[in-house]
Ligand binder design. Structure first.
Ligand code: C2E
Ligand code: MG
Ligand code: MG
Length: 240
């Protein structure tokens, strides 16, 4: 099943979207981390049906939000490297968006740098096609993989998600805080939006606001929560 974590615009404090995060509660094994079961699914040919299932549910959730009048909200879905490499990936995504009756702008796909490590040109071309349909693309866990600045310039993405390892030590006025500031500034120069991940303290928000970061996501605002709870939060926060 899926839970949803709000993504908040820093200067207005408004919810601009939700990230869908997969959960598994097994009779046999209890709660299993998504890092673990996604990895197992990737090694057992189960990732494509699982990913399409997740995408369908996330898009149905986006359609519900749109029907409630939140037409501008985006639902972000994490995309596995194996799924995106499949020949029918783009077709599957566009079909699911169409079936859900949402616009491309209501969906965001999160890819990590490791996804781009192999077949960079092919994947970048798929991203271009999806962006052409209005779908947002974000680079997840930015700063932890093998990014080069030359690639960042030509990559078909809208948003950088700054990894939470940078954010957590932001307030110590150390190298991480300087790096965060500089990532935001490079993103701005490249015309990309920024989302800070793992925001847990008001001091993180203050620092990020001061340095022009666009959005944040983290326990300070809300943990990932079930659908009904996320809708309650939305209503409470910005009126229905
Ligand atoms: P991610 O995409 O970077 O997701 C963010 C992770 O950070 C989530 O962990 C979220 O619960 C956690 N998080 C959010 N705010 C905070 C905070 O303030 N502090 C701390 N310490 N953690 C925070 P989660 O849900 O355990 O997911 C872990 C990873 O598993 C995700 O990292 C993503 O790479 C993968 N994953 C989750 N759901 C899916 C999915 O549907 N498909 C695929 N392919 N991967 C998924
Ligand atoms: Mg993510
Ligand atoms: Mg991340």
């Amino acid at each position: 099943y899926l839970v949803y974590q709000p993504i908040v615009e820093l200067n207005t404090q408004r919810i601009v979207g939700f990230e869908a995060l997969a959960r598994m509660n097994s009779k046999e094994f209890g709660f299993v981390s998504p890092l673990e079961f996604i990895d197992i699914a990737e090694r057992n040919q189960l990732i494509v049906p699982l990913s399409n299932y997740i995408l369908r549910h996330a898009c149905a959730y986006a359609a519900e939000l749109v029907a409630m009048g939140y037409a501008h909200l985006r639902v972000a879905v994490n995309i596995s490297a194996i799924h995106i490499m499949r020949e029918d990936f783009t077709r599957d995504v566009l079909q699911i968006v169409k079936e859900a009756g949402i616009q491309g702008r209501n969906l965001e796909l999160e890819v990590t740098e490791s996804v781009l490590a192999n077949n960079y040109n092919l994947i970048n071309e798929k991203l271009r096609e999806l962006m052409g349909e209005g779908i947002n693309i974000s680079l997840d866990d930015f700063g932890t993989g093998y990014s080069s600045f030359s690639r960042l310039r030509e990559l078909n993405i809208n948003t950088l998600k700054i990894d939470r390892s940078f954010i957590q030590s932001i307030t110590d006025c150390n190298k991480d805080s300087l790096l965060t500031r500089d990532i935001v500034s490079i993103a701005q120069r490249l015309g990309l939006k920024t989302i800070a991940e793992g925001v847990e303290e008001q001091a993180h928000v203050d620092y990020l606001l001061e340095h022009g970061c666009d959005m944040c996501q983290g326990y300070l605002f809300s943990k990932p929560i079930p659908k009904e709870e996320s809708i309650q939060l939305l209503k409470k926060h910005q009126g229905s």
